[in-house]
Design a protein around this ligand. Structure first.
Ligand code: 4NP
Length: 164
């Protein structure tokens, strides 16, 4: 075991009930598959769903991949999160802008957009599937799981001293 704590990642969307819980689940899963120890959490910039479980469609999509997220509970991101996490990953540009607005002056966390971790999709949003049908959650899973695998590769590179 290393003496330093594992790297930590916080995913942030609007409600913390659709997209960021799936991103959290995907990164936990990808890290475990790679034997990488990571601390992973998710939060929302909005406050409407604090304390609620994930949207049932997110639970169903995670279940299709063998992952149970029904026990996750929504919370709102805070300025303290910028000191508690190494990385904060926004699911879309509007949440990234809101995070930049609440960030402390010299944040510890490095902020990024989730699809900046998927080559060819840089700068794009993970679209909010909340008001659509279940197919939107399939797309969300595809995008967050690809980003999660690439984040794991980034962390493994950093651990090997090849970080940028
Ligand atoms: P999320 O989706 O940001 O992916 O969790 C949403 C969930 C709820 C709402 C908006 C987006 N809402 O307006 O209540």
């Amino acid at each position: 075991m290393s003496a330093t704590p594992p790297p930590s990642v916080l995913f942030v969307c609007l409600g913390n009930i659709c997209r960021s819980p799936l991103a959290e689940a995907a990164l936990r899963h990808a890290a475990q598959a790679a034997g990488l120890e990571l601390t992973v959490d998710s939060a929302g910039t909005g406050s409407w769903h604090i304390g609620k479980g994930p949207d049932p469609r997110s639970c169903d999509e995670a279940s299709r991949h063998g992952i149970d997220i029904a026990h996750y509970r929504a919370r709102q991101v805070t300025a303290r999160d910028f000191d508690r996490f190494d990385r904060i990953v926004a699911l879309d540009a509007s949440n990234l802008a809101n995070l930049e607005r609440i960030a402390p002056a010299s944040p510890h966390a490095r902020l990024s957009l989730l699809l900046d971790h998927v080559p060819g999709m840089e700068g794009q949003d993970v679209d909010d599937p909340y008001f659509g049908g279940p197919e939107g959650f399939v797309t969300t899973w595809e995008q967050v799981s690809e980003a999660a695998r690439n984040l794991v590769a980034e962390f493994l590179d950093e651990r090997a001293g090849r970080g940028h």
